[in-house]
Every structure is written in structure tokens, then in C-alpha cells.
Design a protein around this ligand. Structure first.
Ligand code: ADP
Ligand code: MG
Length: 378
């Protein structure tokens, strides 16, 4: 379907057939928030919503980009001064720029996606990983999936200017159906852990609050700075170097705010490992509790939640979810819940009704399934 859409969009825009179609999924993070840039653990999965790119190499140095989210075709010439306002095109151009040593010309690309933008499901990693996978093929760059994830992250950090960690792109590249990816951001080791939701009649519900966030704004950056300051004051390279046993000493050494920021990260790392254990034992009740504790820590200590996210978590629990938490960088976006498939309808109605009553924007509630990572589709 979306392969067809990408192909048709490409030929309508550029007047010829694409060389191929590639895609990469958005991601939901089950648990482990703001731990990635602290060299900690994260536990995301790829979702069944993807960004597709139909793409063809060019023999000249021109790059042309178009997307269903925009009317303009962005033109860019390698080696020339860039146009001022590149906006969304910075994401794919950033990837091309990071991969420039492998380039042997420009390309035409057309993007189509059903990953909601700015919902905390990483439409940014999806577009980066889709285009990185495509360029890796057409430029015969020979990069591994993990290398392509780092390329996507560099594009987002250095070109887009969002100081995000490596979680999103790693999830989008390495995801597997019915599994989540445990990523140790210190060693870069990954482990696929089966989720086993379907056999229990469970799904992951996404409750997109439609409150927009921006990573380039100050909130994300200031949290990152607090973590770095805390680690430095405690004499470690990163907060990964501390465990819950160090919390009393940290409370002595750090100012109250820095301490709470660090406490979130230190306890969250432990919660990720506990969540992986719980899943391996099939202990969904414990997993659910860990999600709730993670949410409380982000709400009270890291202070990255918003009232819409807190409400979504509460409503999911009222409907009988196993557990729920906000997911993604915070300040808006989506919450997730693990819930009986049969309760999805009820959850959606409940969220819509209470959000309306509270005067919030209408939330978008839908189930996601853990899906495969970036690939060539056609
Ligand atoms: P999130 O990753 O949570 O969805 P971000 O702000 O990190 O939010 O990234 C969203 C931005 O990524 C969009 O505003 C747009 O610039 C770019 N983007 C994402 N998907 C697409 C797409 N299909 N086509 C063009 N640009 C996209
Ligand atoms: Mg993003």
C-alpha cells in the first residue's frame, strides 16, 4: 500500500520510475527515558507505522526531495551553498551529508509516512533511517545497521541541531517483529527480547495527546545539562557510573534540582533491567508497575511530563491497563499503555470524553504492534 503510494508519488513528482522503495519504522519506547545520552539502558520497539522513501540515484550532483507532508520540492546541489530554510528537508539532507564520503552523485527522493509527526514516536528517526538505508544501497556504502543508526543520529545532532541520543535510530534500524530491543548505550550491545503480548491478548496502546514538542527547545537540552553536571560533580563520566546505592551521596553532593534529575536516570536504568527480567519471566504485572514508576519519576523528578500525558496514564489505568507511562522525550507527545486488546475501544472513548471535558485537544488513540526495522521493500 504505502510502497505503492511512494512509487506513485515519486513518478508523479519526477516523471520517471524510482529505482527502489525503502522504509523504516517509528518507535515506541517501552521503558528507559532520557537514559540513552547518559550511557544507560533503553528498551524500545519498532512500531507498525513506517516512513517509506522511493528513491533514484542521479548522475549529476542535484538532490531533490519531496514529501506528502509538504507541497514544495526541495532542490539542493552538493557542494553549493545551501538554501536558507530547509525545514523538514534537513533530516534527509543531513543523512546524505553525513554519508557524503560514500556519495557518487545526487538523488531524487519522495517520502510518504503514517508515523505521526511530533508525537514522540520518532518520525524523525523513521525518515533518517529510511533514507540512510536507501543511500547505503544505491551508493554501495556497505554500512551495517548499527552504523546507519549512528549516521541518522549524527544527522539529527549535527545538521538538524537536536541533541538526541542514539535510541530512536537504533530501534528503527534493528527492530524485530514481536520483540523489543534492549540497548546498552555504553557498550552499544543490543539484545532482542520477545514481548509475548499477542499470546496474552495484550497490545501496546498509544495515546497521542497531540501536544507538540520540539527537541531543539530548551527543556530537553537543560535536562541533558543537569545530567552532565550531576555526573561531573559525582566524579563519573556519565550517570551510568552510578547506581541507587550512590543516591544518598548524590543527595549530599548535588543541589536539590540536579539531584532529582540524576535520580530519575539512575533509577530508570534499574527499571529497564527489571522490566526485561519481568518480560522474560512473563510477569506482566511487574512490568506494568515498572511502567507506572517510570512515569512517576518523569513527572515528579525529571519533570518532563505535561498534564495531558499524566491524564492519559490515569485514564488507561482506570480502564484496566496493566501499566502506562509517557514515552519519548516529553513535553508533549504520546503515552503508552499495555492493555487487553478488547479494551482498546473503551480506552479510546474514555480518553476522548475526558480530554474533551478538560478542554484538551482530541487525543489520537491507537494500538501498535512491534514490527521489523529498516528494510528495502521494492
Ligand atoms: P518526532 O520524531 O517525535 O516525530 P521530531 O520533531 O523529532 O518529532 O521530528 C519531526 C520532524 O521530522 C518533522 O517536523 C519533519 O521536519 C521531519 N519529518 C518526519 N517525518 C517526515 C516525513 N514523512 N516527511 C518529511 N519530513 C518528516
Ligand atoms: Mg524525533
Amino acid at each position: 500500500m504505502s510502497v505503492q503510494e511512494a512509487t506513485t508519488g515519486f513518478s508523479t513528482t519526477y516523471g520517471y520510475e524510482p529505482a527502489g522503495v525503502w522504509s523504516a519504522p517509528g518507535r515506541a519506547n517501552l521503558i528507559g527515558e532520557h537514559t540513552d545520552y547518559n550511557n544507560g539502558y533503553v528498551f524500545p520497539f519498532g512500531i507498525d507505522r513506517r516512513t517509506y522513501v522511493a528513491l533514484s540515484p542521479r548522475s549529476d550532483n542535484l538532490i531533490r526531495l519531496s514529501s506528502t507532508i509538504s507541497d514544495q520540492v526541495v532542490e539542493f546541489e552538493l557542494g553549493k551553498k545551501q538554501p536558507a530554510d530547509l525545514d523538514w528537508a534537513l533530516y534527509p539532507l543531513g543523512v546524505a551529508w553525513v554519508m557524503r564520503d560514500s556519495a557518487n552523485g545526487g538523488f531524487d527522493a519522495y517520502f510518504t509516512s503514517d508515523v505521526p509527526v511530533g508525537a514522540g514516536l520518532s518520525s524523525s528517526a523513521a525518515i533518517e533511517c529510511a533514507v540512510a538505508t536507501a543511500l547505503n544501497d544505491i551508493w554501495e556504502a556497505g554500512k551495517s545497521a548499527q552504523e546507519l543508526a549512528l549516521i541518522g543520529q549524527r544527522a539529527e545532532n549535527d545538521v538538524v541541531g537536536a541533541p538526541t541520543g542514539m535510541m530512536d535510530q537504533t530501534a528503527s534500524m534493528l527492530a524485530k517483529k514481536d520483540a523489543a530491543v534492549l540497548l546498552d548505550c555504553q557498550s552499544m550491545e543490543t539484545e532482542l527480547v520477545p514481548l509475548g503480548l499477542q499470546e496474552r491478548g495484550l497490545v501496546v496502546a498509544v495515546m497521542d495527546t497531540r501536544v507538540a514538542h520540539r527537541h531543539s527547545d530548551g527543556g530537553y537540552r537543560s535536562r541533558r545539562e543537569a545530567c552532565e553536571a550531576g555526573a561531573a560533580a559525582m566524579g563519573v563520566d556519565s550517570l551510568r557510573g552510578l547506581t541507587e546505592e550512590d543516591l544518598p551521596a548524590a543527595q549530599e553532593a548535588l543541589d536539590e534540582l540536579t539531584f532529582r534529575r540524576c535520580k530519575h536516570v539512575i533509577t530508570e536504568n534499574r527499571r529497564v533491567l527489571d522490566a526485561v527480567d519481568a518480560l522474560k519471566r512473563g510477569d506482566m504485572a511487574t512490568l506494568g508497575q515498572l511502567l507506572l514508576q517510570s512515569h512517576a519519576s518523569m513527572r515528579d523528578d525529571f519533570e518532563i511530563s505535561v498534564v495531558e500525558l499524566d491524564t492519559a496514564v490515569e485514564l488507561a489505568m482506570e480502564v484496566g491497563a496493566v501499566g502506562a507511562r509517557m514515552t519519548g522525550g516529553g513535553f508533549g507527545g504520546a503515552a503508552i499503555a499495555i492493555i487487553d486488546q478488547s479494551k482498546m475501544e473503551l480506552l479510546s472513548e474514555h480518553c476522548k470524553a475526558i480530554f474533551a471535558k478538560k478542554g484538551f485537544a482530541e487525543p489520537n488513540v491507537f494500538a501498535v504492534a512491534a514490527s521489523d526495522g529498516a528494510r528495502r521493500d521494492a
